[in-house]
Design a binder for this molecule. Structure first.
Ligand SMILES: *Cc1c(COP(=O)(O)O)cnc(C)c1O
Length: 410
C-alpha cells in the first residue's frame, strides 16, 4: 500500500485565491454587466522590454545554429549571467561575491520553497505574520511545522507579528530560533527595513548560529536611499544569510521564469557533532541533483537587462508601477484610510475602516464599487483587519479604482 506524505494533511486548502475567485464569480452571476477592476493580483501586467525581447531572440537564434547550439547548461547557470549579476547588483553596493556563490534558477518561489531541504527537520522556523505563504507551506510539507491550531498558527513555527503596534516591522524572536524567513520590501505589507533595522537580525543570527533566508524579490522597487537592496550590505550578513532575487517583478519575468539565489561560501550550518558545513556546497549538491538549469534563451534574455538600454527600459516600467502606487496612496489617504507601504514596494497595505474584517471589506469593495483586492487575513492571523492593493494594474484601471473608492460610504 502506497502511503502519502502525511504532512500534506496538515496543509490548509488553497483557500485565499480560490475564495476570492468564488466570491467574484458569485457577484458576476448576479451582475453579469459589472465592470470589475482587479487590484488584487501579485502579477505584473506590462510587457517585457525591447532589450529583453532582443536577448531572447538572440538566444533562440543561437539554438537553431549548429555552431552555437547548446545542450545541457551548467546547473548553476551560465557565467555570463552570474558575472553581470555581481557587476550590476552587488559590486556597486560594496558586496563582493564569486560567480559560484550565485545560483540561477527558474524562480524565487521554487528556491524559497526548496531551500529548507538542506536543513534538518529539527530546526525551529520563524516567519513574519503576515507572510508570503510559500515559506510556511514548504516547511509544513517537510514536517517542520506540526499541527495547525485553531488560531491559524502551526504549533512548531515561531510567528513574528507585524502589527500597527510595531509599525509593521517584526521584532526579534523572544525564543531561540534556527531559520528566519525575512522578505523586504515586504509582500504583502509593502514595508521595508533600513540597514540599522536589519543589523540586529544579522547580529541575532550570528549570536545564535541561525540562518536568515532573505527574500529580496522586490528590491528593484526601492526608491529611498537609506533602504538596503541586499542583506549583504549589512556587516556580517555573508556569514549567516542566503538571499533570493527574481526577475519576475524586476523585469516582468513572471511568465518567462528566471531568478537567482545567493549562497555565500562563508554561510555555515552545523552537523550533529557541531561541525560547520558550507551551505553553498549543500545547495550546489541539491541543485545539481534535482535541477538542470534555466534554458539558455531565457538566461540570454535576463542578461540583456544589464545593458545600458535594458537597465533604463526596466527602470521605466518600475516607475510606471510606482506611479500607480503613489496614485493609490494619494487616493486612499484622501478618503481617510490609514495606509502602509507603497513607497518602496508595489503593495499598499490598508487598515480596514471601522471594525470591518478583511473579508467584510473585500465584500464591501466588490459589491459597492466593483474593486477587488486581497484580504489581509489570507496572509496570516496578524493580517486580519488589513487589505492589500497592488500597483501592478494599468494606469487607467488604477485611476478608475481610486475614483470609485473615494465614493465609498461608511
Ligand atoms: C513574486 C514573489 C517572488 C517571485 O517568485 P518567482 O517564482 O521568482 O516568480 C518571490 N517572493 C515573493 C514574496 C513574491 O511576492
Amino acid at each position: 500500500m502506497a502511503k502519502i506524505n502525511q504532512n500534506y494533511l496538515e496543509l490548509p486548502g488553497n483557500y485565499l485565491f480560490s475564495e476570492i475567485a468564488r466570491r467574484i464569480q458569485a457577484y458576476k452571476n448576479e451582475h453579469p454587466a459589472a465592470d470589475i477592476i482587479r487590484l488584487g493580483i501579485g502579477d505584473v501586467t506590462r510587457p517585457l522590454v525591447p532589450e529583453v525581447i532582443s536577448g531572447l531572440q538572440r538566444g533562440v537564434a543561437e539554438m537553431g545554429d549548429a555552431r552555437t547550439f547548446k545542450g545541457y547548461g551548467p546547473e548553476q547557470g551560465y557565467q555570463f549571467l552570474s558575472e553581470k549579476i555581481i557587476e550590476h547588483e552587488f559590486r556597486p553596493r560594496g558586496v563582493e561575491l564569486d560567480p559560484d556563490e550565485i545560483f540561477i534558477s527558474d524562480g524565487a518561489k521554487c528556491d524559497t520553497g526548496n531551500i529548507q531541504e538542506i536543513f534538518g527537520l529539527d530546526n525551529i522556523v520563524a516567519v513574519t505574520d503576515p507572510v508570503y505563504p510559500v515559506y510556511v507551506d514548504s516547511n509544513v510539507m517537510a514536517g517542520r511545522a506540526g499541527k495547525l491550531g485553531g488560531d491559524g498558527r502551526y504549533e512548531k513555527i515561531v510567528y513574528l507579528p507585524c502589527t500597527e503596534a510595531n509599525g509593521l516591522k517584526p521584532e526579534l524572536p523572544g525564543t531561540k530560533v534556527d531559520l528566519i524567513y525575512l522578505c523586504f520590501p515586504n509582500n504583502p505589507t509593502g514595508m521595508t527595513l533600513t540597514k540599522e533595522e536589519l543589523k540586529p537580525w544579522v547580529d541575532y543570527a550570528r549570536a545564535h548560529q541561525a540562518i536568515i533566508l532573505y527574500d529580496a524579490a522586490y528590491e528593484s522597487y526601492i526608491q529611498e536611499a537609506d533602504i538596503p537592496h541586499s542583506i549583504y550590505e549589512v556587516e556580517g550578513a555573508k556569514e549567516v544569510a542566503i538571499e533570493f532575487r527574481s526577475y519576475s517583478k524586476t523585469a516582468g519575468f513572471t511568465g518567462t521564469r528566471c531568478a537567482f539565489t545567493v549562497v555565500p561560501k562563508t554561510v555555515l550550518a552545523y552537523d550533529a557533532d557541531g561541525n560547520g558545513h558550507s551551505l553553498n556546497r549543500f545547495w550546489l549538491r541539491r541543485q545539481t541533483t534535482k535541477f538542470n538549469g534555466v534554458s539558455y534563451p531565457i538566461q540570454a534574455g535576463a542578461a540583456a537587462i544589464y545593458s545600458e538600454a535594458g537597465r533604463s527600459q526596466i527602470r521605466e516600467v518600475i516607475r510606471y508601477y510606482m506611479t500607480n502606487a503613489a496614485l493609490i496612496r494619494q487616493g486612499l489617504q484622501a478618503s481617510g484610510f490609514t495606509i502602509y507601504g507603497g513607497v518602496n514596494a508595489p503593495y499598499i497595505w490598508l487598515k480596514t475602516p471601522g471594525s470591518l474584517t478583511s473579508w467584510q471589506f473585500f465584500d464591501k469593495l466588490l459589491h459597492e464599487v466593483q474593486v477587488v483586492g486581497t484580504p489581509g487575513a489570507g496572509f496570516g492571523p496578524s493580517g486580519e483587519g488589513f487589505f492589500r492593493l497592488t500597483a501592478f494594474g494599468s494606469r487607467e484601471n488604477t485611476e478608475r479604482a481610486m475614483e470609485r473608492i473615494q465614493k465609498l460610504k461608511f
